[in-house]
Design a binder for this molecule. Structure first.
Ligand code: XMP
Length: 507
């Protein structure tokens, strides 16, 4: 496996993804928390950083067990770090160097640049530049503006590059990583969904043994894949609970429950809609609504878990981006975990041990693993849906009637996207019920009814997003359908806000 030391670059996760796309397992650790079993890693990559090696905020990794001892690739800040502290010189560049550049020189016969030719586009993003190479540095590539774009250290398997091979705009970035990891470091490309499944199932068997495990299914990709993996490992000792909080999409509870049963999962559907509605009665504040929904879920789940005799484990569908500890610009390791994520979400009165089979993998990998496990592609391709469900898409207080209206609107919108072949082009879509009545006219009657907003966004991780340019014809048809078919709605608007500043959900 490969160790990626994070110095806080916005691209660190991308490095891990590129490495994994080569079917090589990689892990990200903060630069100042090098794992003690460093011997288990066959190569190390140093990420970029918003910090400067010349500033007071310089980040010092302890490379004593790494440098010269195993293949090392230093990217951007990493490259500057190696230069600055090993006899070279780093200085501010006259012009800030951002964006595309092309390699104008590549040294002959360098295995690091195998299959890569001059002219290859690379992506730069730095404001310092390497003026002089470190001791024993050998220049191996330049661009028009940056002479020391890549170097290696003589008699070491140490390579350093100023540009970012991990971004797609560096067209040969993947080849470069392959040259380094496979040809130079000799790492085998044997990390595939099937090998992950095999290893994980064996680990789960060893870890859980004959104990009982409880898992909350949500209908989403992560919890489903986690459940199928556990089911493969421990079968009937896995007890799945699928709670209907009354805030799911139309018919979702019944159809997903059926699907789960069809997959051979030992699943219990618990319809607690009434309990949630009761808990939400009269609450208008978004955060209070979230808390009420969260607390009700914990209560329901806890009640159900207590009915399983001798259960000792709680399984969760936590994935890698939720657990990576990243480094903030100030150098202190900071968590980028959003408060609504599952990490640490265990109420402490539930004294269960936690098992998280997807803790090491990214969302796209979860989908690949799911496909290998034979899970229905439709389920794997589902849009994300928030835990509090329609509860945070009904602005203001929640009533059964409002839920019904929004379920109808949402179903027309989502089914329309599917019919028009747009569903898979959109990362997430949904409808919001606004606490606004407006005047309309239907037939010869004056109406005074609700307004709904449709939202469809493209994104990769939900952290940033942009609205999708849906065809007008589609919006026109959808709007007509909604107003004609859903009683209580007389106006439809389309949300054209990006995130930031707007969030994807309205509450
Ligand atoms: P925002 O609204 O913060 O949403 O832009 C980003 C992504 O997170 C989802 N989301 C949630 N997911 N529990 C969840 O499991 C929540 O409380 C929650 N709030 C937002 C949202 O649907 C989007 O995909």
């Amino acid at each position: 496996k490969v160790l990626i030391l994070d110095f806080g670059s916005q691209y660190t996760q991308l490095i891990a993804r590129r490495v994994r796309e080569l079917n090589i397992y990689s892990e990200i650790h903060p630069f100042n928390k090098i794992p003690s079993n460093i011997k288990a890693y066959k190569a190390v990559i140093l990420s970029g950083s918003p910090n400067s090696v010349r500033g007071e905020d310089v980040l010092h990794p302890d490379l004593s067990e790494i440098r010269g001892k195993k293949p090392l690739l230093a990217v951007c800040y990493g490259a500057q770090y190696l230069a600055h502290f090993s006899g070279g010189e780093v200085a501010p560049s006259n012009t800030r160097e951002y964006g595309r550049a092309n390699l104008s020189f590549i040294k002959d016969n360098e295995p690091f640049f195998a299959h890569i030719n001059t002219g290859s586009q690379v992506w730069m993003s730095h404001s310092d530049t390497i003026k002089t190479l470190p001791t024993n540095g050998v220049l191996i590539a330049s661009t028009h503006d940056v002479e020391n774009a890549a170097y290696r250290i003589d008699n070491e398997e140490t390579y350093a590059i100023q540009f970012h091979p991990e971004v797609y705009h560096s067209t040969d970035g993947k080849q470069l990583l392959e040259n380094f990891l496979v040809n130079i470091a000799g790492i085998e490309q044997d990390w595939t969904p099937d090998s992950f499944i095999e290893e994980t199932v064996a680990d789960l068997k060893a870890k859980v043994g004959n104990d009982k495990v409880v898992l909350g299914l949500s209908g989403g990709v992560d919890s489903t894949v986690a459940a199928v993996l556990l089911n493969k490992a421990i079968g009937k000792n896995l007890y799945c609970i699928f709670v209907n909080n009354g805030l799911l999409r139309k018919n979702e509870f019944e159809s997903v429950l059926n699907q789960y049963e069809g997959m051979g999962l030992n699943v219990k559907g618990v319809d607690a809609s009434g309990r949630f509605l009761e808990a939400l009665k009269g609450i208008e504040d978004p955060e209070k609504k979230r808390k009420a929904i969260g607390n009700a879920f914990i209560e329901v789940f806890d009640d159900e878990a207590h009915k399983i005799e001798d259960v000792t484990w709680l399984a969760q569908g936590t994935i890698y981006p939720d657990v990576i500890e990243s480094v903030s610009a100030t150098g202190g390791p900071s968590a980028t975990i959003k408060s609504h994520h599952n990490v640490g979400g265990l109420p402490d009165f539930m004294k269960l041990k936690i098992v998280e089979p997807l803790r090491a993998i990214f969302k796209d990998e979860v989908r690949r693993v799911g496909a290998s496990l034979g899970i229905d592609p439709e389920l794997l391709g589902r849009h994300p849906f928030p835990g509090p469900g329609l509860g945070i898409r009904i602005l203001g207080d929640i009533t059964a009637e409002k839920v019904r209206i929004l379920q109808e609107v949402d179903a027309i919108f989502i089914n329309g996207l599917k019919e028009w072949g747009l569903y898979d082009k959109v990362w997430q879509a949904g409808a919001m019920l606004l606490p606004v009545n407006s005047v309309g006219v239907m037939g010869d009657e004056r109406t005074y009814e609700k307004c709904v907003a449709l939202r469809a966004v493209e994104s990769t991780d939900g952290m940033t997003a942009d609205w999708v340019n849906l065809p007008y014809e589609f919006l026109q048809k959808t709007s007509n359908d909604i107003i004609n078919k859903v009683k209580g709605v007389n106006r439809v608007v389309y949300d054209i806000s990006s995130k930031p500043p707007a969030t994807i959900e309205w509450e």
